[in-house]
Design a protein around this ligand. Structure first.
Ligand code: HEM
Length: 137
């Protein structure tokens, strides 16, 4: 007897649905930041043109989740890039709330488990950035 079962996804990147889904999350995140006054302080830290950020965050999340690592081949460290920004705790909270909303809208219904895991992991990272900023001397 032969059974044909599809191979399970091997990385969060594959499970999420690849770069297309990640770009959808990133674009929703920046749309929310750009239009909802709840994220005004976070928005004010960013350049007027969010286009380059849409590309860069999509590239980062692609490699971070196990997909192609082009973003990392430039030798950038996302934590070091944020250190000079001196991120306050409430701004970090705005980042994670907007990101959790974006993730929820894009994959929350199809895969609530990966949506929660992704939100939790990014919250850890954003909290670490805030602490680094608060601790700056
Ligand atoms: C903790 C709250 C955060 C704040 C306030 C924040 C703020 C910023 C700002 C102001 C920039 C520069 C934007 C510009 O030049 O227009 C930036 C860049 C960036 N951020 Fe964040 N960020 C936060 C968290 C994160 C997290 C958790 C990640 C990763 C998951 C991330 C990924 C990036 C990336 C990839 C860039 C672009 C870097 C580059 O291409 O040079 N950020 N962020």
């Amino acid at each position: 007897m032969t059974t044909t079962t599809a191979a399970p996804p091997t990385t969060p990147f594959e499970r999420l649905g690849g770069r297309e889904t990640i770009a959808a999350i990133t674009n929703r995140f920046y749309d929310l930041m750009d239009t909802d006054p709840a994220y005004a302080k976070l928005r004010a830290m960013h350049a007027i043109d969010l286009g380059p950020m849409r590309e860069s965050l999509t590239g980062f999340l692609t490699g971070w989740s196990g997909g192609p690592r082009d973003w990392f081949s430039a030798g950038k460290c996302v934590m070091s890039l944020h250190k000079p920004l001196a991120i306050e705790a409430d701004t970090a909270r705005q980042w994670i709330i907007a990101m959790r909303r974006a993730i929820e809208e894009v994959v929350g219904h199809s895969d609530p488990q990966i949506a929660k895991a992704m939100g939790d992991a990014l919250e850890q990272m954003a909290s670490g950035m805030a602490m680094a900023g608060s601790a700056a001397d």
